[in-house]
Design a protein around this ligand. Sequence first.
Ligand SMILES: [Zn+2]
Length: 213
Amino acid sequence: MLNETSTPAMPETSPEEWRPVYGYESLYAVSSHGRVRSLNREVWTRNGHFRKYEGRLLTVQIDTSGRPVVTLSRNGTVRMPRVCVLVAEAFHGPRPDGLMVRHLNDIKTDNRPDNLAWGTMAENGADYVRNGFHHYARRQTCDYGHEYIGPNLMINPSKPTARLCRACNRARCIVARQKVRGIQVDFRPLADAKYSELMSGTNVFSTGMTGAA
Ligand SMILES: [Zn+2]
């Protein structure tokens, strides 16, 4: 008898398809709803008895990264693989070298095959940003409260998802240049002054010393 409550099923209307767990084909199955169960087993115990084990749904735990994991055992060896890996292996084939599982909607508990793909770490990061979960993708200002808008927004063409504060960037350049000359310049007031300049369109001191220190 399967315990239907031990593993939360994804909200899902499509029929649940079960496939063998890669590397554990005779022991476990994983489903298109992201559930894992053990299969019925018949074994001879060490003292010569024949025992039948009824398959059951496995309890899912959440690892420190927020991904569901299950406990699998084989010949006394216990492993705790991520459910997303088991689903990807069963429904998309074994893991290609160096690739990891992508959650396309970035919801780490959504382990339906349609939401999973093998991909590079860079693709995984792109999913994260595209789905708006990245700290910096969501932010509207830099650390100093300068808004990422209009003339103050800097985009690095090689990293278009990362936004930079032009005012802070200019202030940093000036501080560094003056430091070489042995002149100490306070960063914060200079950055604020640069921000005011940029936003008011009076970009007078684009490279030189402003005297704001
Ligand atoms: Zn700034």
